[in-house]
Design a protein around this ligand. Structure first.
Ligand code: SF4
Length: 442
């Protein structure tokens, strides 16, 4: 697996929120700031968490907590990240996921649509953004969006997942208009649309409150928000990677409001860039606390930060983090799934978005706390502008069924609200499966 970044481009990879939309500053521009960054500091003495994670007494204590249904603390979470015994971590997380979800693995048949890649912000990790006038910038007309969605009708699509750039000049009314047109064209399809960042942006361009924005979108057909825009909430990290105005206060305000209107929403975390495990723990605990209050999060989705190898149509590397970062290894990803599952005692599902992890790791993740795989994706631009691992960008129902059954789980198709659409047969025994030719996956 390639983990190195493209060298010698002279682009800034890190720094405070970019001062302008076209921030391709020389690497030296933020030099002093970079040295202060946690991922670049010299190795430190072992932390309390690192010491505790190898202590047999501590392990028994964690096992007792998990098996007894007791909530894990911040210190527990940090110590779990410091533990390199993946099999032990996986076993604990698997216990928790089995307790909550049995041997089921959920999926849905959905399609991702990005109405526009034009964005006013320049988040440091983002390969998707384009500025007005760039050759590869696009914005779909309402009819185009509907035509794209209609292409999937024969796939028994149940959900459209729509996220977009923060377009500087598109009028607010465009968004409810698209939703209304999609609702009319595909009446049985749930519309899971917009990050909290976009809702915050709509407040700004419409002059309406989030309350009014959500009401109008719900009236136009909105079923759920998406979980994006969360990245890492801790400001120590966030200030270096996020270039829009939506941080924890507004992100949580908007999801709280959505939950109060009856929407159930996902929550995400972008990991594997410049954050430390303690920032991931902090991120999860903020969400856990909010979930105690609203009960509206239905799934947690750890998203692996991606390097940008194929954003090459115009030769511009937009991901400014990648020159000095690596991507999280598969082991780190499995650990992140497992620890998240263990910390989240109040969110029912943990999802692996296989487009960001590869199919093999997605299958393995089912034994590390994951019980939900993102479904059939015919086109997904945000990730696939930043992927060269040969991960397919299309997976259909039959592919998912095979993947899930081959790992020994029962596939269950769900809708956006995690209600069961269809239960499939449990997998055949291992002995039966070994007698058949095996699929080969990336
Ligand atoms: S992550 Fe979203 S808000 Fe940030 S630059 Fe990319 S498209 Fe824009």
């Amino acid at each position: 697996m390639r983990t190195g970044g493209s060298k010698g481009k002279g682009l800034c990879y890190l720094g405070p929120p970019a001062p302008s939309p076209r921030c391709y500053l020389p690497t030296h521009a933020f030099g002093p700031l970079l040295l202060a960054h946690p991922r670049l500091r010299p190795a430190r003495a072992p932390t309390y968490a690192a010491v505790m994670s190898n202590d047999p007494g501590w392990r028994r204590e964690i096992e007792d907590k998990v098996h007894g249904g007791h909530r894990l603390s911040r210190e527990d979470g940090e110590a779990l990240y410091a533990c390199d015994d993946l099999a032990w971590l996986g076993g604990l997380a698997h216990h928790k996921r089995t307790e909550l979800n049995g041997d089921r693995v959920m999926f849905n048949v959905n399609r991702h649509l990005n109405l526009t890649n034009v964005c006013s912000a320049s988040c440091a990790y983002c390969s998707f953004q384009r500025k007005p006038g760039e050759k590869s910038a696009y914005t779909m007309r309402v009819e185009e969006a509907v035509a794209k969605a209609k292409e999937m009708e024969d796939e028994q699509l149940t959900e459209l997942h729509i996220v977009n750039g923060l377009h500087p000049t598109l009028p607010w009314k465009y968004y409810p208009r698209v939703l209304r047109a999609l609702s009319e064209a595909l009446p049985g399809v749930s519309l899971k649309c917009f990050t909290a960042t976009e809702i915050h942006w709509f407040e700004r361009i419409s002059g309406l409150s989030a309350d009014e924005v959500l009401d109008e979108l719900i009236d136009a057909g909105l079923s759920s928000l998406t979980g994006g825009g969360a990245e890492i909430f801790d400001w120590e990290i966030r200030q270096h990677i996020v270039d829009h105005a939506t941080h924890w206060e507004d992100w949580s305000r908007i999801h709280r409001l959505a939950h109060s209107k009856g929407l159930r929403t996902p929550a995400t975390m972008l990991y594997g860039h410049i954050e430390e495990p303690r920032h991931r723990v902090d991120h999860v605990l903020r969400l856990r606390e909010l979930q105690d209050e609203t009960g509206g999060f239905v799934v947690f989705i750890p998203l692996r930060y991606q390097h940008d190898f194929v954003d090459s149509a115009d030769g511009i590397i937009r991901n400014r983090l990648q020159e000095r970062t690596t991507m999280a290894s598969p082991a780190e990803s499995l650990k992140t799934f497992a620890v998240s599952r263990l910390l989240f005692d109040n969110v029912p599902h943990v999802k692996c978005f296989w487009v960001m992890h590869g199919v093999s790791l997605a299958q393995l993740s089912l034994n590390f706390g994951v019980d939900d795989l993102d479904g059939s994706v015919v086109e997904y631009k945000i990730t696939h502008d930043a992927d060269s691992y040969g991960t397919p960008n299309t997976m259909h129902r039959e592919d998912l069924l095979t993947l899930i059954r081959d790992a020994g789980f029962q596939p269950v198709e769900r809708n956006t609200r995690y209600e069961i659409v269809r239960e499939y047969d449990a997998p055949p025994t291992l002995a039966q499966r070994r007698a058949e030719p095996q699929d080969v996956w990336a």
